[in-house]
Design a protein around this ligand. Sequence first.
Ligand code: BGC
Length: 268
Amino acid sequence: MDIPQSTKSLGVTNEHDIELRLKENGLEIGGSYKPKYCRSRNKVAIVIPYRNRKVHLIIFLSYIHLFLQRQQLEYSIFVVEQTDGSPFNRGMLMNIGFEEAQLQSNFKCFIFHDIDMLPENDANLYGCPEDGKPRQMAFTIDIFEYKSTPDGYFGGVTAFSIKDFRKVNGFSNLFWGWGGEDDDLFQRLSFHNLTVTRPFDGLPNLTSFARYRTLYHTEEKPNPERWRLIQEGKWRFQTDGLISLQYRRLFIKFKPLYTHIYVDIKKY
Ligand code: BGC
């Protein structure tokens, strides 16, 4: 399937068209899917942190549902939206998605996914990683001219078993604004002796499989505090994360294409 940059290129003009089309494919309310003719080995929760990206949301959902369904995956999509006010906190929204999804069902693993990243190759499997092997899914990305991302890159799209995400205490809650929370998460993995894996590890054509296209957006304002926070990370890994997560859930809505969780979070 071609990667869209606009909803028009999908042959649809609005969300309702997409909803109808995906419903025919068997998508259930809340954006959940189970393959019809086989039993999936994995039940995956996909968590998307979100604010003010309506067009990206429609493009992402229209693309990713069909992509996951071609892989015969059992999954649900959770969009965790932050209220206006404080700077965006990607890590905290991921932590919230992790906790909220488990209130809904017994997922086996989680994929934490930016809304503007579209996997280009169906062979990049979104199944669960084994315990002890969190996975970096995005290996080459168009904005980096499809050069391999550095070993320490753990952003964009990452997959975790439930056990491992708990073990590392999730993301830090302290990164407000763009950047750093993924670097901090990478350090948490090393701290806990977890090895990062990549799809197709060991295969020569890794770069051609784990490719991602990004949807265009203007650059976000980087968080000036991020370097200090990353440096001080190891003193906080045990106390800052899932264990200290605080938020107010304003609503949860089971929409045709996704489960929408709207939350208020505070910078203390
Ligand atoms: C930021 C990361 C980001 C990476 C690639 C780093 O400087 O801290 O959050 O993922 O750049 O853009």
